[in-house]
Every structure is written in structure tokens, then in C-alpha cells.
Design a protein around this ligand. Structure first.
Ligand SMILES: C[S@@+](CC[C@H](N)C(=O)[O-])C[C@H]1O[C@@H](n2cnc3c(N)ncnc32)[C@H](O)[C@@H]1O
Length: 285
């Protein structure tokens, strides 16, 4: 019976994905699949390429390849991703965490490096929990709340917190109806939906066909909705001198800054690796 070796699996990947991706990307995909999908050290591919896959492994390689050919994101195929030092489960309920969001987490951690007292922090629109869990893990003085609209999503958030050994409090709450939510908070961090529907045609099918639209898109008519809702929530719930960190759509920077002026904050901007203003830090006056 024909058995697939590690090297043959790689050739299979190259043949299947060659039309869509560059060879370095295909290698990265295959090695990530070995590591995260089959718990094999990718170095094995260089030193023991003749090692045979088990029939379950071979099935997994072939099935994963079909999903990748159908443009399913690798992270959903594997059911997991990495964010800073965390491994997080991801599936179609939640957005796949992005590198820009790691940058925002770094910013918060730099600012709160020297904490010596508990601070209450809320991650609004938590999804996989990447922001809140990473912050709770790296800075134990943060007491973290993680808010999202569906219990289904929060089940995954809670699972990820457990997986990474941190305690956070999940809050099921639609941001459109926060008038009854009363919390005294020191820090708000949010990466809310911020892509306008009109930007859809510039997006790739791996995002459009698989990632949850409610996590990504916002109407063209009111693209700052979530920022406004969070600022209104903060008016009552964020302590004086408290901070808000927002991940933002660089295309909406001017409008967003105009909106913030009607509230009372000192605003700082930060660029992402592509030199676009992608994050704002607001300090309540
Ligand atoms: C851009 S995703 C961010 C997910 C995660 N924090 C991250 O950075 O990868 C936005 C999140 O906001 C949540 N969301 C969308 N509409 C919401 C609403 N009305 N109320 C509460 N959360 C909402 C989505 O479910 C999604 O998890």
C-alpha cells in the first residue's frame, strides 16, 4: 500500500497550492500544519524527509489541503492560532487575531509595565479573547473583563482563557444596549468592527467567505458606531484619568478624532508596521 512520506506531503501541498501561493508561503503552511496539526517538529522535514505519515495523518494532510484550496484560512483549518505567547482556539465564530492587534497589546503593556495595584480592564468585542487574555497573562495586576454579544462566542473566549491559564470575567452584552451596564473601569481596550462595507471589494475571499462579517464590517452610514458607543459607555464607567486604547481604520482617522473632541480626552496616535495610524490611546481628562 502507498504510504505518504513527510516530503511527499510537502510535494502534494506544492502541487495543490502552487496556483494560489508563492512557494515560501506553501512551505510555511505545510510546516505550520506539521507543527500545529500533527504535533511534529517541522525540522523533521529536513532531517528525516522519508518518515512515513500514519494513515490518519495522511488523511489530515489531504483534507487540510482541500480546505486551503477552497481558500479557508489556515488558522481555521487547524482550529488554532498564535497571539504573542498564547495558543488560541479559533473557528468561524471569531475573527482570526491580527498582528496589528498584537501591537496594540504591546502598547498597553509598555504603558502599564510598572503596576503595583489592581486595575480593572475591559476588552470590548473580545472574540477569541486575544487582547484580554494576553493582557491578563502578561500583567497579573489587570483584572480583566471580556465583552461580546453572543454566548457562543464567549464560550470560546472562556475556553481560550482556561487553555492559557488565566482568569477573566466574560460579559454577554450587545454594545448597542450598554446603558444598564455599570462597571468602574480603569482601562478600556477595543478592536471593534471597523471595515466599511464599501471596502469589501478590496478584500480576499479567505476573509470574505470564512471570517464572521459581524466581527469585521460596519455600515458606511455610521462607520464610527462602536467607537461612539464605547465613548458613551466610558463617559459613565471609565474612571477619571482612565485610558482607552482603540484599534482603528486609518481611513476613518479624521472623523474619529472629530468625534473624540466632543468627549474630553487627550489623544495619542500610534502607527502600525505599515506606517499607518492604526491605534489611538485616549486619556480621560
Ligand atoms: C474586530 S473583532 C475583534 C475580535 C478580537 N478582539 C480581536 O482583536 O481579534 C470585533 C468583535 O466585536 C464583536 N461585536 C460585533 N458587534 C457587537 C455588538 N453589537 N456588541 C458586542 N460585541 C460586538 C464581534 O463579535 C467581534 O468579536
Amino acid at each position: 500500500m502507498f504510504v505518504m512520506t513527510l516530503r511527499e506531503g510537502q510535494e502534494h501541498f506544492k502541487a495543490g497550492l502552487g496556483g494560489f501561493f508563492q512557494s515560501s508561503e506553501i512551505d510555511f503552511y505545510y510546516k505550520t500544519l506539521l507543527k500545529d496539526g500533527l504535533n511534529r517538529d517541522p525540522i523533521q522535514l529536513s532531517i528525516e524527509p522519508w518518515v512515513e505519515l500514519t494513515s490518519e495523518e495522511e488523511f489530515f494532510v489531504k483534507e487540510s489541503l482541500s480546505k486551503l484550496i477552497a481558500h479557508q484560512p489556515l488558522q481555521y483549518v487547524l482550529g488554532k492560532t498564535h497571539f504573542r505567547d498564547l495558543t488560541l482556539k479559533v473557528d468561524k465564530r471569531v475573527l482570526i487575531p491580527r498582528p496589528e492587534t498584537e501591537e496594540m497589546v504591546e502598547w498597553v503593556l509598555e504603558d502599564f509595565k510598572k503596576l503595583n495595584q489592581k486595575l480593572r480592564l475591559i476588552d470590548m468585542g473580545t472574540g477569541s479573547g486575544c487582547i484580554g487574555i494576553a493582557l491578563a497573562k502578561a500583567q497579573p495586576y489587570f483584572s480583566v473583563f471580556a465583552l461580546d454579544k453572543d454566548v457562543d462566542i464567549l464560550d470560546l473566549t472562556a475556553e481560550n482563557a482556561k487553555l492559557n491559564g488565566v482568569q477573566i470575567k466574560c460579559i454577554e452584552q450587545d454594545m448597542n444596549q450598554m446603558n444598564t451596564l455599570k462597571l468602574k473601569i480603569d482601562v478600556i481596550v477595543s478592536n471593534p468592527p471597523y471595515v466599511m462595507l464599501s471596502e469589501q471589494n478590496q478584500m480576499k475571499s479567505n476573509v470574505l467567505d470564512y471570517e464572521p462579517h459581524q466581527a469585521i464590517f460596519i455600515s458606511n452610514k455610521d462607520p464610527l458606531l462602536f467607537y461612539r458607543l464605547i465613548l458613551e459607555f466610558a463617559a459613565d464607567n471609565l474612571k477619571p484619568k482612565g485610558f482607552i486604547y482603540f484599534e482603528i481604520n486609518p481611513l476613518l482617522l479624521k472623523e474619529l478624532k472629530d468625534l473624540i473632541i466632543s468627549f474630553s480626552y487627550i489623544v495619542f496616535e500610534r502607527l502600525d508596521i505599515f506606517k499607518k495610524v492604526r491605534m489611538l490611546r485616549l486619556q480621560k481628562k
